[in-house]
Design a protein around this ligand. Structure first.
Ligand code: KG4
Ligand code: ZN
Length: 361
């Protein structure tokens, strides 16, 4: 049996978890996630400096709690997997330095994990999915469609050319005066609203390319709000409902095209799968749209439980186990430095913010 301790500190969750693998049998032995929502609430978004300090303060205790929950000491794990990027560099440094220290002190193997690989492989832990499959990652920092071919083999088919989808939800909430985090607030207001009241754009809908764009939609929301000021509660509800409908219809078009491409490229796969991950996957309207879309396009829709869709350390421990099993764990992990930018598909052209440190998304 192999047991891996996973550590995740790339954004605003301090997390540690232990996952075991024996043959094909995997088990989550513990999972601790400490959210920093309260620390960032007053600022309407994640403040990198505050996040890094909060990770420093919390990580020791979170790792100790994960070990205690699994009834293990550090001697009981075989390797330590840590998110080495992409993400906020301060938090990544805290996680990576802690993991290096623990691994060095206990003589355990160290595995550097790409956060996006954690999201990409979770469905194999929860649903035993075989390769290849499509991943739709929709979070506060990422909006991507990735072809998952195998461990360490990813092809990015689509990404956002401007804002991430979660970011669009958060910015919409902020400009309407709704509480942080914006996604759940917008969804709650949308339930009461009239989705047909505002005719908001469906960015890139109908275009042959597979990418996403959300900044135009955000601008349209701002304009709609401005013309109505001062906003009544029903205006806010109607804008949220119209925004969510626009997002959902845009996603259906964009994701639908990737599903068609998958059928064309892998005609022999009888029941292909679409996996969704990231915080936006919590959205009810988006989930039901994806369920319908997959039914129409002969895809199996796989949505791991929400606590494994959002940031957690189980996915990092699991990606570490997958890498060990596949013989793809870096032998020189002690030499690695965290990377704020680290695309899963190193060959994909950066859609935004190229530059010295590599692609932003
Ligand atoms: O995956 P996640 O927890 O953290 C990262 O960004 O990595 O995703 C957080 C994002 C936030 O932008 C949040 O507003 C969004 O997911 N979100 C939602 C919902 N719940 C969370 N967006 C839409 N509807 C929701 N119910
Ligand atoms: Zn994430």
């Amino acid at each position: 049996m192999t047991r891996v301790l996973g550590i995740e500190t790339s954004c605003d969750e301090t997390a540690a978890a232990i996952v075991s693998l024996e043959g094909d049998r995997s088990e989550v032995l513990s999972s601790v996630v400490l959210s920093q929502i309260a620390e960032h609430e007053a600022f309407g978004g994640v403040v990198p400096e505050i996040a890094a300090r909060a990770h420093v303060e919390a990580l020791d205790g979170v790792v100790a709690a994960a070990l205690a929950d699994a009834k293990l000491g550090l001697a009981g794990v075989d390797a330590i997997a840590v998110t080495a990027g992409p993400g906020l560099i301060g938090g990544l440094i805290v996680g990576v330095m802690t993991a290096k220290a623990l691994a060095a002190a206990s003589g355990k193997r160290l595995i550097a994990v790409n956060h996006l690989e954690g999201h990409a492989l979770t469905a194999r832990l929860t649903d035993g999915l075989g390769f290849p499959y499509l991943l739709l990652l929709v979070s506060g920092g990422h909006t991507q469609i990735v072809l998952v071919r195998g461990v360490g083999s990813y092809e990015r088919w689509a990404t956002t050319i401007d804002d991430a989808l979660g970011e669009a939800f958060d910015k919409t909430a902020k400009l309407l005066g709704l509480p942080y985090p914006g996604g759940p607030s917008v969804e709650k207001a949308a339930v009461r609203g009239d989705a047909g009241r505002f005719d908001l754009p469906r960015p890139l809908k109908g275009e042959a390319r597979l990418d996403f764009s959300f900044s135009g939609l955000k601008t349209a929301v701002r304009q709609a709000a401005k013309t109505l000021e001062p906003l009544r509660d029903t205006d806010v509800d109607d804008i949220c409902a119209s925004f969510q409908r626009a997002v959902s219809e845009t996603l259906a078009d964009r994701v639908g095209r990737s599903l068609e491409r998958f059928h064309r490229e892998f005609p022999s796969i009888a029941e292909p799968a679409l996996v969704v991950a990231g915080g936006v996957a919590a959205n009810g309207e988006i989930r039901s749209m994806l369920t319908t879309l997959c039914r129409q396009r002969d895809f199996r829709f796989v949505a791991p439980p929400l606590e494994l869709c959002t940031d957690n350390a189980v996915m990092i421990a699991w990606a570490g186990l997958e890498r060990l099993r596949a013989g793809k764990a870096d032998e020189n992990a002690f030499d690695m430095a965290p990377r704020s930018r680290w695309p899963l598909d190193e060959d994909a052209a950066p859609a935004l913010g190229g530059g010295r440190r590599g692609a932003k998304a």
